[in-house]
Design a protein around this ligand. Structure first.
Ligand code: ADP
Length: 400
């Protein structure tokens, strides 16, 4: 069965067509500038054939129609008819407290997503608009919502509660939710398979433009670094991560920002970009460090130090750790970041192989020495495959 995986933002829509029988990606593409002038679609098949078209897409509906056209294109598509799409998996940012796993989409699911839109005002409107358009353009094709948050829904209340009045939590659902769930789920499942142990305590470090860490015990998330929104936790590319809320109010007044500006500032102008005053991209920062840029070095050191502290606290939460896994663009590719994080970790039972860390490798790459009590490895994430797997499973179960 072919699964169309859709990751829709407010003005862009990324998609992949995956043949789930052998878990291969047939093609991937992106629609840009939805709702604006100068829209375009770019698609590439696994064997390198390209489809490009400049066309305005006033809404997500026109974007989906364009995607279907590209999928069946004679020269650069991968299927000959839309009927070859067995199901659609939608990445949806926020489940609120209403869902604890992925769900087959029906009218009620859409209604609940609309109710929860205020929890993710930047992403949810695009997610919902896309789901509605897809249901209109592809009637009868089963669709599944795969949430960024549900993998973390196994966190116990002591982990997800903030120190705020219980009534405020109850009324407004202000609590830690956690994000990047599809990645943490995929990587922890693959890690559990690899470790082959009945019981496991794993720390997953998903380090990309957005970064988060999760603590996974026997396959279930017990804590994670992102919070009510993806802003909490690590120092990321452009996000501040943990910060004293009183410092935010102080800066807001000094820099004459509105409350909305202040949240935007913390999301877009801070993190490694803010500290380095140069860039959020790890490759640019590494190059600058080589050239002696001290602020770039400080940005990466501060980010690494925050990761190290989270690993320590999650090891405590898990009551010990069997494996630390790196994933995401930085986790998979930046030996520099991994080295900074893994220095002086012997106290935890880690014997990190700093030479192996410098070697490039495809797939799972062991970075700890054979005698290390705690295994450390890189495991490439695949969020689209994770969504496709969930979608196929739910659709099959729904048909029974
Ligand atoms: P997103 O969160 O947008 O999915 P990614 O997981 O793709 O992001 O990660 C992007 C980050 O990975 C960027 O900071 C980028 O510089 C970094 N990255 C990608 N390749 C390398 C590399 N070879 N060396 C160092 N950093 C890398």
């Amino acid at each position: 069965m072919n699964i169309l995986v859709i990751n829709a933002g407010s003005s862009s829509l990324k998609y992949q067509l995956i043949d789930i029988a052998n878990e291969t990606m047939l093609l991937k593409g992106i629609c840009d500038r939805i709702g604006m002038k100068g829209g375009s679609i770019n698609q590439k098949t696994a064997d390198g054939r390209q489809f490009r078209l400049e066309e305005d897409m006033p809404t997500h509906k026109e974007a989906i129609e364009l995607v279907l056209k590209a999928l069946v294109d004679k020269e650069a598509g991968a299927i000959s008819s839309v009927s070859e799409i067995g199901a659609v998996g939608h990445r949806v940012l926020h489940s609120g407290e209403d869902f604890h796993s992925s769900v087959v989409i029906d009218d009620e699911v859409v209604r609940i997503c609309e109710k929860n839109a205020e929890l993710g005002p930047l992403h949810m409107p695009g997610n919902i608009a896309c789901i509605k358009s897809c249901r209109e353009v592809m009637p009868g094709v089963p669709m599944v919502a795969v949430f960024d948050t549900t993998f973390h829904s196994t966190m116990p209340p002591k982990a997800f509660m903030y120190g705020i009045p219980y009534s405020v939590y109850q009324q407004y659902k202000v609590r830690k939710y956690g994000f990047h769930g599809t990645s943490h789920k995929f990587v922890s499942e693959e890690a559990v398979k690899f470790l082959g142990a009945e019981h496991s305590r794993i720390i997953i470090c998903h380090l990309g433009n957005g970064s988060s860490i999760s603590a996974v015990k026997d396959g279930k998330c017990i804590d994670t670094s992102m919070g009510f929104t993806p802003l909490e936790g690590l120092i990321m590319g452009t996000r501040s991560g943990d910060i004293d809320p009183a410092a935010v109010e102080f800066m807001r007044a000094k820099l004459s920002m509105t409350p909305e500006d202040a949240v935007q500032f913390l999301n877009k102008k801070c993190g490694m970009l803010g500290i380095s005053e140069l860039d959020s991209d790890m490759r640019v920062l590494e190059k600058a460090i080589e050239e002696g840029n001290e602020k770039a070095a400080l940005a990466v050191e501060a980010a690494a130090y925050r990761i190290k502290k989270y690993i320590g606290s999650f090891a405590a939460a898990l009551g010990g750790v069997d494996a630390i896994v790196f994933t995401g663009g930085i986790g998979e590719n930046s030996s520099y970041m991994r080295k900074l994080v893994m220095q002086d970790m012997e106290y935890l039972g880690v014997e990190f192989d700093f030479d192996e860390n410098e070697k490039r490798a495809e797939g799972l790459h062991m970075l700890s020495k054979s005698e290390s009590y705690v295994k450390v490895f890189v495991l490439p994430t695949n969020e689209e495959l994770s969504i496709a797997r969930e979608t196929a499973q739910l659709v099959a179960a729904d048909k029974k």
